[in-house]
Design a binder for this molecule. Sequence first.
Ligand code: GRF
Length: 209
Amino acid sequence: MTEMKRLPVGILGSGKGSNCRAILERIRSGDLAAEARLVVSDVLEAPILDMAREFGVANAYLPPGRFRTRLEPDVEQQLVQMLRDAGVELVVLAGFMRVLHEPMLKAFPRRIINIHPSLLPKFPGLEAWKQALVAGETVTGCTVHYVDEQIDHGQILAQKEVKILPNDTAESLHARIQFLEHQLYPAVIAEFCQRYGKASQHVGRRPDK
Ligand code: GRF
């Protein structure tokens, strides 16, 4: 039997990269039929870049330009090129703190996903676990969704719930959410891998008569 083709992924992040680690570990252990082709960060000193080196994955720092919440259009075009050159089929945002616009969204339609630490559409934006605590919620969680031009928006692919306990602090709640993120994100990526593996088995095959 031929082995399923591995899904080439690119991971973008600005920070510590714990989701990136969870994904790279699953790939290394053989649990995830993906291949990490490239890790990109808009932050030169981001730990996520050291992590890519630790796992032997190609990595790059992308100087973001003069804006704070998005990339300059020519920089975003450069990012498209880097990902295309690496053969990336699925773009995985793992704590990437920039909103993407047309260059990326047009180049990778329904092929850019993000994880967010709340049950979207509730609490988009920064420190969503704190927003949930302040709002007096009893349940929050994490969401994986397709990326569009709005912050933490786009079609929802999967969610996991986390109970908020009476004695929770922002830190304890965030830790439990992240623990679940590290399971949910690889699980959603696994579904993309399956579809990719199946689709590539059909390529070149003559249609049944
Ligand atoms: C995660 O909590 C994710 O939900 C949000 O950014 C955080 C990134 O964390 N989008 P890490 O860098 O993967 O640890």
